[in-house]
Design a protein around this ligand. Structure first.
Ligand SMILES: [Zn+2]
Length: 420
């Protein structure tokens, strides 16, 4: 490996782009963090409550996951960010040796609890823009220009997040990569609302930079935590480009964003296009994270459009319901075809589950509602996603991205269609 050129020695954080996909925005590279490097593109596993559900930290490392993303909103409510700080930060608290991310809590605050549809109306038919946010008693989150008032999903207690509060929580949680506090809108918010929201998110971004700078100086003995600005703008090209440009150049007393998050609701068919608009505006020497994707076709699409890291709860959530991902699409292990199948979940998978257990055994665990099912299925599904992104990375290094995508998705989609 060559010597990092963009890793700032003073902070221990930096991004080193390597090979690109010819004629595309996509690339591979290395994100350097105080807790070790992340080879990109990389699939980041989700550990919402400072645990990847059903997995030991050694399982997480063994399946090749390079980093874990925890949730600031959940850890703020339980056990409290001050307690995590006292424990030495989220990585030390959960016994994980590698890099960590925390999200800002913005999305969770605005979408958790009674459900996204109830908090932020998805249907704007007949509504004025300001009416998009559900009225009165249904409202769990109330946005104003200074921050968001919300009720805890745990006990209904009242709380308030502002950019400064989110930065304070994330500094206490101590993850290597943090995200600026933003307003996450839905695709159904009107254009005027998206414009106003974007102005608010930009103002919050500057406040996050200022508070991040202050807290970094105040906590100078701690490892440097990188801050990513979050690009909103929904499905509008001009808004996405403006947001990306504004955040790329945002600076408060010399403090700039270390990387960027691609936020907000994205329609699947526009994923690559929107990521492309944003990444054309962002600097090449800073990493880009996309929140919440995991389907193979979406991973190829986002990577081609220049996204470096992703996270998603889907692999572990579906694993606990018995869904197994394979290169030939996914299937449910609790159905009849697995009952007498003494083969692994996936023939050439190198995970612990596939090298030790059969589909028949997993079928039995599912039918018996045994807890071990959660662990074994989660190991496989997380490994499937991590390994797929590893293979995409290798294809970029080898100059074979297009050929690998065509071959891989051809097989994945063909088998999926044949099952329908
Ligand atoms: Zn496996």
């Amino acid at each position: 490996m060559t010597t990092p050129t963009t890793c700032a020695p003073a902070t221990g954080f930096g991004f080193q782009p390597e090979q690109s996909i010819p004629g595309r925005l996509g690339r591979c590279g290395v994100i350097h963090t105080p807790h070790g490097p992340i080879l990109t593109p990389a699939f980041i596993v989700v550990g919402t409550q400072a645990t990847v559900k059903a997995l030991l930290p050694r399982d997480i490392a063994a399946l090749g996951a390079q980093a874990v993303l925890a949730n600031a909103y959940h850890l703020y409510l339980q056990p409290g960010a001050d307690l995590v700080d006292e424990a030495g930060g989220v990585a030390a608290f959960m016994g994980w040796q590698g890099p960590t991310f925390t999200d800002s809590g913005g999305f969770q605050v605005l979408s958790q609890g009674a459900g996204f549809k109830k908090v932020l109306a998805m249907d704007v038919t007949g509504l004025a823009d300001d009416d998009v946010i559900a009225p009165g008693k249904d409202r769990l989150a109330l946005v104003d220009d200074d921050g968001v008032n919300f009720r805890s999903y745990r006990d209904g207690s009242k709380h308030r997040f502002t950019p400064e509060v989110s930065m304070g929580i994330q500094h206490q949680l101590g993850a290597d990569i943090m995200f600026a506090f933003d307003e996450c809108t839905t695709l159904m918010n009107t254009r005027p609302y998206q414009e106003r929201s974007l102005e608010r998110t930009y103002a919050w971004a500057l406040r996050c930079l200022a508070e991040h700078r202050r807290l970094t100086a105040e906590r100078a003995t701690k490892p440097y935590q990188a801050l990513f600005g979050v690009v909103q703008g929904a499905q509008y090209e001009d808004l996405r480009r403006k947001a990306a440009h504004d955040l790329a150049t945002a600076e408060v007393d010399g403090q700039m964003f270390d990387g960027f998050g691609l936020g907000g609701a994205l329609e699947k068919q526009n994923l690559g296009t929107i990521c492309g608009w944003i990444n054309e505006e962002l600097p090449v020497d800073k990493p880009r994270h996309l929140l919440g994707i995991s389907e193979p076709e979406d991973l190829f699409c986002a990577i081609e459009a220049g996204v470096d890291t992703f996270d998603c709860v889907n692999p572990s959530r579906t694993a606990r319901n018995g869904r197994a991902y394979t290169d030939d699409g996914w299937y449910n292990v609790d159905t009849l075809p697995s009952k007498r199948s003494f083969t692994p979940l996936e023939a050439d998978c190198d995970c612990y589950t596939c090298t030790h257990h059969t589909r028949a055994y997993l079928h039995h665990l599912a039918r018996s509602k045994e807890l071990l099912l959660y662990t074994l299925m989660t190991i496989h599904n997380e490994r499937f996603h991590v390994r797929l992104v590893e293979r995409i990375r290798s294809s970029i290094v080898d100059g074979d991205f297009e050929a690998f995508r065509t071959e891989y998705l051809g097989r994945y989609e063909a088998k999926r269609r044949s099952r329908q």
